[in-house]
Ligand binder design. Sequence first.
Ligand code: SAH
Ligand code: SF4
Length: 478
Amino acid sequence: MNNLNSSAASGASAPARQRDFMARVLELNRMREVPPAAFVETYGCQQNVSDSEKISGMLRDMGYRLADSAEGADLVIFNTCAVRENAELKVFGNLGALKHNKRRNPDMLIGVCGCMIQQKHIAETIGKKYKHVDMVFGTHALYRFPQILCEALEGGRVVDIEGERGEIVENVPLERDVPPLAKVPIMYGCNNFCTYCVVPYVRGRERSRSAENILAECESAAKQGYREIMLLGQNVNSYGNDLSGGLTFAGLLREVCKIDGIERIRFMTSHPKDISDELIKTMAEEPKICKQLHLPIQSGSDRVLKAMNRKYTRAEYMEKLRKIRAAMPDIVLTTDIICGFPGETNEDFAETLGALREAEYDMIFSFIYSRRVGTPAADMPDCLTDEEKHRNFDEMLKVQNEISKQKNLKYIDTEQTVLIEGRSKTNPETVTGRTEGGKIVNIGCPNLGGCEKDALTGKLVNVRITGAQTWSLTGEII
Ligand code: SAH
Ligand code: SF4
């Protein structure tokens, strides 16, 4: 087994050295009659999607053809998520299924990377029970993928689960999703240590990219035809706190707004405690910044918020919402909620329902609490049974679905500017896009042929909203 940790720690695998490994793999692949196929499966959040764009970019530059499924692939990479147990179980299940693929094609390589691997007990389980996995590498080793792959191709299992070293590696090749939306990470890691959350342990402390690098990436995306930028970070509002001098997050947004060709800017995620007046003012003043905000509340009970280490009360959170809505009355607001946090009672849950009714979110992302090894909440005792937690969860969805539907109904007969993302995956006769607020709109265009429909991708079109569902709108081009 090759363990790359020591060479990495000595600085032997600096980014420039990775280019040599890429050249070596490319040479090997060029000797094959047909380019080998690689499949990258991504689990979890937008940050992981963005990391997978780098893995795919490196694979492309090493002579791989990117495939849509593991079937027949010569190389499969699972980029994993550790935020909840069900994401981990899915990875283990899918990894088990790959044994059959490997039996049929013994030369196939399998890699597992991302947040799960950064947890010691998971890396050990994969080492012991999933012997068909050839490469195991954590979030901090992403840029060393060419070296890892090169050594795996030369034989033997490669493990690279080194901890954080605090650097940000730039200029890693990138294979973006097709336009119009480009995801641009502005920072990595998190300092907040919410007691339920594994992210600070698997992603490390907050590290901001330099504004120059972020702006250069946005400019290059604009030149390639991307119209919308999504700035990514676990807590974008603390952007720059670790850089001396430099721009605040609001300052960075103002700079991105100046880039020609970029029509829309979004960002996620924001921590309520860090939403500043400067940010609210910037959002309200800059027409390119979408009037949409994802602001996780997690719970409506002050007692639970304290136990979660969220650092705000429900009243403080609602005060921020009031300010935001005063500056941007039509803003689309979404949130995250955890149901069944340890010690949560039915009274606490009633407070959460009250918060949903008070905030009137357009949409929520709700999760049943999942115990994460090594986090403080993992040792806290439960009050509710699993059955009670599931009952509360279902009730929460019922309450929110009604609010979401009512909010969407208000859009009927309005005109919205929609950025078209392409044909609908479920109905190719329609095209789909998003309003400025991020709401999905399905647009039937019976008078347009297939090519004309495809030509709409990346365009901003005026749409009259004709129907409203809980999760989406329908409309017609004006
Ligand atoms: N940095 C972002 C994203 C964190 S993970 C943020 O703070 O919003 C995305 C969501 O997953 C969190 O907002 C939280 O609602 C949920 N989550 C995190 N850890 C969880 C856990 N242990 N169990 C259930 N949900 C969890
Ligand atoms: Fe996790 Fe809290 Fe950091 Fe979000 S802010 S990533 S929930 S620790």
